[in-house]
Structures are given as C-alpha cells and as structure tokens.
Design a protein around this ligand. Structure first.
Ligand code: NAD
Length: 361
C-alpha cells in the first residue's frame, strides 16, 4: 500500500475548523488504497503568537519533508497592526517561495444547484461552468527587473518589466497540458501576442511544448477577448494557461462568476510535484469559532491534492461526487444559502456539512 505524508497548516480564523473536517474526509476517502500520515505545523498569526515569526523554519522543513501540503487560511484583525515584515500574509508568500511553487491552479466550477449564486444570466450558466485557470506564479511583470521610478521628459515616471525566460513558460505549459490530459483535453493559452514581444515568446513556446501532448487540443486567445468570453460563454473553456498578471485577473474573474467563495479550492505546484492546496477564501474572522464556515472549499482542496500530487484519482473522484450529492440533497452552509426560493434547502453548520460529506463517500 502506498504511504503519503501530508503536512497540515491550519492557520487562523476558520482555518482550523475547516481543516478538521477535511482531515476526516481525506482519511475516509482513501480507505485501504493508501496510508496517509499527517503532521501539523504553524503558519500565519498562530505562528507569530507562538514563535514570533509567521513562517518558522520548522514549518518550511515539515512542508519540504511532505508529499503535499494542505493550508487552511491565515490572517485576521488581531495581527493587522504587527510590523509589515512579520504579517501573517508574509508567511504565505514565504512558504510559496520556499517550496518553489511556480504554477497556480484555480478551478472554477459552478455546481448546478448553486446556479442562482452566479452573477451571470441564467441562460448563460445553464450551459455549465467547469474550467481550470493555470497561472504562472513566480515570473512576469510582478517580479521582472528593472523596475522603479525615474524622470522622463522632466516629469516623474514609473516602470515595470514583463519578462519571461523560455524555461519558465515551458514548465508552466507542461503543468497545464498535464492538467488538461486529466480533464477535457482542451487547452486555451491566453496572451497578448498581437502587441507584446514577451507574449510572442510565450505563444511559440506553448506551441513547441504542445508537440509532447498530441492528445490535447491547443488554441490561443488574446487576453482582452478571454476576459469577455469568460462572461459571455464560460462553458467553452476547459483549461486556460496564462502569465502571472493575466492569470491574476482571469482567475479572480472566473471565481467571481461562480458566485461562491466558500466552494473553490486551489493548488500551487512546484518542481517535482510538491504542491500546496488551499481554499481561495481567507480566514473569515467574522464567523470564526461559530461553526458557520463552509468546509467544502477545504474538502475540495483535498481532492486536488489527491489528483495533482498523490495520483489518488479514485478517492479524489469520490470526494467530488460526495460534495455534489450533499448539495443535490439541499444542504447549505449560510454562505451558499439562497436568499430567495430556499424551499428544499436545509441550513447546516461546518461540522454537520463535513459529516454529510463523510456519509456520502
Ligand atoms: P475572507 O475570504 O476571509 O472573507 C470574505 C467574506 O466571505 C466574509 O464575509 C467571510 O465570512 C466569507 N467567507 C469566506 N470564506 C468562507 C467560508 N469558507 N464559509 C463561509 N463564509 C466564508 O476575506 P477577507 O475578509 O478579505 O479577509 C480576512 C482575513 O483573511 C484577512 O486577514 C486577509 O488578509 C486573510 N486572507 C487570507 C487568505 C489566505 O490565507 N490564503 C486569502 C485571503 C484573505
């Protein structure tokens, strides 16, 4: 039987509550197919309180020794006034850097039962939303040099550099092609190759990499068109791959059209398959400790960990099917409870939602 080490970083706010549910689901979903060994480490505000640092060295070591990392959420008003360099969020950036996580995978799935939560017209969402945005995470204009301020024509000016090495494009393209192979086998590469030199290299490189994935159909789209197509007809997309800046915007847009922040997981992957898996939402301090949090994004993060880092595809499928069943049966946490026409829906708390998923595995 395969054995996997999973490092848990529950973090702050609702992090520990949703993590508790996710661990039970993880254990039950693998059954006797694999053995899971959990270690827990400190990150964020709880790490500041305990050690004075948002990312203790022991946490980095524990993550590096694991096959995959599950993160709840970090931050909260308690740490809003601590020095910027030791803010909980800097622990998050630090762990991403320490693990060399260069690609971010953000699925945007609209569960049919939650369609009224989408901001799109009913006839558009009727076709379904089930796409995955793969964003390059450590390059491009957010990190490019040179950057800074200077004087142009006697007035203040500022500049950044959008730069990609071919190897950086190649590795994120590979992640996207491999993700497409595990889904609908269609990949849309988003760029601005009609204007930007860096996008021309991006496009040429993605085409070159595509030769290794003949089973995946590749198309290209300019970023302005992609932003429009996402709201006109999101059902046309399977996997989207794009650079850091474009991916930042498109992944938030695709999450927004599904309408429910408590439902969406994400993955950040590095070399050698090590990955960090987390819900896209924050620590929700307004509802922490009240058994009101929706644990489904955290539970679906476990499914992503199984699929992308541990190759436990059947348990991942089982978790996703159980979540769908619980929603189909009408169970809702407060964040996904319809404001109108709620007949047939039953409001539950975090623990009960976790228990229902377990029951349906
Ligand atoms: P948030 O995502 O924590 O909360 C926004 C709103 O959504 C709140 O009303 C909250 O109650 C609700 N919500 C979020 N997740 C929910 C869930 N699972 N179930 C039910 N309701 C949920 O964003 P925020 O309020 O802007 O940030 C709060 C703290 O979280 C801040 O300190 C912020 O820096 C931090 N944060 C952390 C991460 C992370 O750890 N990856 C991401 C975003 C924000």
């Amino acid at each position: 039987m395969s054995k996997y080490k999973i490092c848990l970083l529950p973090g702050d706010g609702i992090g520990p509550e949703i993590m508790e549910q996710a661990i039970e689901v993880a254990k039950a979903s693998v059954g006797s197919e694999a053995e899971l060994e959990f270690t827990t480490a400190l990150l964020g505000g709880v790490a500041i309180d305990t050690t004075g640092k948002p990312l203790p060295d022991e946490t980095v070591a524990a993550c590096k020794a694991a096959d995959g990392v599950l993160l709840g959420a970090v931050g909260g008003p308690k740490w809003d006034n601590v020095d910027r360099s030791i803010r909980p969020e800097s622990g998050l950036l630090g762990i991403r850097k320490a693990l060399g996580l260069f690609s971010n995978l953000r699925p945007a799935v609209l569960f049919p039962e939650l369609a009224p939560a989408s901001c799109l017209r009913a006839d558009i969402v009727a076709a379904g939303i089930d796409l995955l945005v793969v964003r390059e995470l450590t390059g491009g204009i957010y990190f490019g040099e040179p950057r800074g301020d200077k004087t142009i024509d006697g007035e203040p000016a500022s500049f950044n550099t959008m730069v990609y090495k071919q190897s950086e494009v190649r590795r994120v393209a590979r992640v996207a092609f491999e993700a497409a192979q595990k889904r609908g086998k269609r990949l849309c590469s988003v760029d601005k190759a009609n204007v930007l030199d860096v996008s021309r290299l991006w496009r040429e490189t993605v085409i070159e990499v595509s030769k290794d994935y003949p089973d995946v159909t590749l198309e290209h789209m300019y970023v302005d068109n992609a932003a429009m197509q996402l709201i006109r007809d999101p059902s046309q997309f399977d996997v989207v791959v794009t650079s850091n800046l474009f991916g930042d915007i498109l992944s938030d847009e695709s999450a927004a059209i599904t309408g429910s922040i408590g439902m969406l997981p994400s993955a950040s992957l590095g070399e050698g398959g090590i990955g960090l898996f987390e819900p896209i939402h924050g620590s929700a301090p307004d509802i922490a400790g009240q058994d009101k949090a929706n644990p489904l994004a955290m539970i679906l993060s476990v499914a992503m960990l199984f699929r992308h880092s541990l190759n436990l595809v059947a348990p991942a499928d089982r978790i996703e099917a159980a979540v769908r069943k619980v929603l189909a049966d009408g169970y809702r946490t407060g964040d996904i409870m319809p404001r109108e026409n709620a007949e047939g829906c039953k409001m539950v708390g975090c623990k009960e939602m976790g228990r229902l998923v377990l029951e349906n595995l």
